[in-house]
Design a protein around this ligand. Sequence first.
Ligand SMILES: Cc1ncc(COP(=O)(O)O)c(C=O)c1O
Length: 395
Amino acid sequence: MSHWQELEQQYFMRTVVRLPVTLVRGSGARVWDEDGREYLDFVAGWGVNSLGHCHPAVAEAVTEQVHTLIQTSNQFFTIPQVQLAELLVQNSCLDKVFFCNSGAEANEGAVKLARRYGKHYRNGAYEVITAVDSFHGRTLGMVAATGQKKFQEPYVPLPSGFVNVEYNSIESIKTATTAQTCAVMLEPVQGEGGVNLPGDNYLVEVRVWCDQMGILLILDEIQTGIGRMGTLFAYEQYGVEPDIMTLAKGLASGMPIGALLAKDGASVFTPGEHGSTFGGNPVTCAAGYATLKFVIDNDIAGNARRAGEYLIAGLENLRHKYEVVTEVRGRGLLTVMEFSEDTAQATVTACLERGLLVNRVKPNALRFMPPLTIGNQEVDEALGILDEALSSIAD
Ligand SMILES: Cc1ncc(COP(=O)(O)O)c(C=O)c1O
């Protein structure tokens, strides 16, 4: 254990089991540890470094902004947040934006907005229907929204107002809808739940049901948004438009940001009803603007789609080679490889030893979410290492 790792053991709360690597530098799709070892990064800050590590466009925007204006109160107008809001609205189906600092905070804002909507238009309806195996964040409210017992049980009793129903079942949403329901909140593709894709018509059916019942559809695009799925937003691929959408992760390519977007009809906050000290911070918004502009101007979503198809084809080859691999699925650069046994952790370790960072999303599944700028050569390199790792485990 290195000096820094020993200090971490001494000073940190045990909320995470870290891999035995201290990262000190990153560039593009690569990172280096304190001993100078290089790794190809298919975790990318947990689906965050959309343009890779320290992309010049982002680094320059941040550098310029920290020398200009770092933070003001939201009582005042500032330029980077307006620029980013305009770019988001011009490139999505939503009309209004609120900035915050993380995904969980964006989702909290979405639920508060839906409750305000319920008060205005649905006789005080406040309940939000969410899906089993979803993930919406770590605040108490979002733990209640997240349909996974392992995140909920340590903290019961949880805030009320959330109903977790079976994913991919329109019938279970219909059954759960009552006079108290103000919204349905879903990830277009469940990321943390194991890259679970929606059935062909699921999201369209949910949209139709929400319209019929006069309730809101909230899409949590925190993991799927900003090009990761091969389009700027995942909803574009499923023929639906949300009333409310949340973003975070890839929006600023590594700087901490969250965003809550709404259509005009759902944008019902009035002054003082919601807020955030750091939300809309000039530096993070400058990073967000630089990221989004680069993603749009350079068709980074198109690259994610092509590189994703190439990656899936390579993973399929490995599925044919190794009996333990049962399924490969995903879209764009959000991809999973599933095993018949709980060998994901051993595979992560074997990859790490060979210079590749991958994520164990479930005991029996590996997730790949590299930077969206990745090329086929890097995909080939990752596949080669994964092949060796799988072969070492099979031995
Ligand atoms: C779909 C989704 N929603 C919300 C979150 C929570 O985001 P954060 O960790 O920034 O609070 C995550 C994080 O993984 C996520 O994948």
